[in-house]
Ligand binder design. Structure first.
Ligand code: PDD
Length: 292
């Protein structure tokens, strides 16, 4: 079976689809994207993903290429045509095609691409043993809250992690705080038992999983703090973990080669992971009309 992609109004064989050489996404990284999960064939957390997409577009003054309703239809169709039960949807909107000139051109249509792929279930050992991360200076710009396709520092950071045999690189800002991973949000459980993550300001991407995990933690009666934290606090933390749409909640057991807590996935992390996955499960049941 070949993969199908939606490209500017048409469903095409992914391997044969193409965009224009003067697409501003290609020339300037002038575009935004979303990654959402498909669980049991259902697009989960669609409302917050659309809200974040709307915000990213607004911040860059890019129009919606199609209505939100049409976009839902396109995503559903791409998921259906690719026969995805568990996987992800990738959606990219760029400002469109125009002769190269830095300023925003007037009157062009934004370009829309939607792809989807199956994902293998997460390897159990990642959860049972936890993952390691390295740290790097955060060399990104000051609008990391926009989910822009301009990801070169993230790409370089992830490669450094891979070269070091680590799962992720946590980025450290000039003031010494841990901002986030290259494609995940960063968390610790501090000495008081509070779950701590960087505030959702311009220094990080406000993760959808991050929001859900904050909600789950509050519902569980766990103290939460959206505040800056340093590497020193990471080393002193009881637990550490990371979150993203594709990783869900993953325990972090070592940072820069130093063990966190007792070097094993912590109880708070595992509880949050379980409760978070249960919220996805409920969404899938509701969408399929089986109630909760
Ligand atoms: N990454 N921080 C960054 C820089 C990210 O790119 C992502 C998402 C996250 C987590 O956000 P969410 O919980 O909404 O997935 C945090 C996606 C998955 C990606 O680029 O593939």
């Amino acid at each position: 079976m070949f993969r199908t992609a939606y490209v500017n109004g048409r469903y095409l064989r992914a391997a044969e689809s193409a965009v224009h050489i003067e697409d501003r996404g290609y020339q300037f990284a002038d575009g935004v994207y979303e990654v959402a999960a498909i669980v049991g064939g259902v697009l989960v957390d669609s409302a917050p993903h659309f809200a974040r997409l709307a915000r990213s577009l607004k911040e860059l003054d890019i129009a919606w290429p199609v209505s939100r309703r049409a976009l839902v239809h396109i995503i559903t169709e791409v998921v259906r045509r690719n026969v995805i039960d568990y996987g992800m949807v990738y959606l990219q909107i760029t400002r469109g095609v125009a002769p190269r000139d830095h300023a925003y051109p007037k009157g062009i249509r934004p370009a829309l691409v939607v792809t989807a792929k199956r994902l293998a279930p997460q390897q159990p050992e990642l959860i049972e043993r936890g993952v390691s991360v390295i740290t790097l200076p955060d060399i990104r710009w000051q609008r990391c809250d926009i989910k822009s396709v301009s990801l070169l520092p993230n790409v370089m950071g992830k490669q450094s992690a891979k070269d070091a045999g680590a799962y992720e690189a946590w980025q450290i800002s000039a003031d010494g705080s841990v901002t986030e991973g290259t494609s995940t949000n960063a968390w610790i459980v501090d000495r008081s038992g509070a779950v701590v993550t960087h505030p959702a300001d311009h220094a990080i991407l406000g993760g959808i999983t991050r929001e859900s995990v904050l909600k789950v933690a509050r519902a569980e009666g766990i103290k939460v703090a959206e505040r800056r934290f340093t590497l020193k606090e990471v080393f002193a933390a009881r637990e550490a973990f990371l979150t993203s749409t594709t990783a869900a909640v993953l325990p972090v057991v070592s940072v820069d080669g130093r063990m966190i807590g007792d070097g094993r996935p912590g109880p708070v992390t595992l509880r949050l992971r379980e409760r978070y996955l249960a919220t996805l499960d409920r969404q899938v049941r509701t969408a399929k009309g089986r109630g909760s």
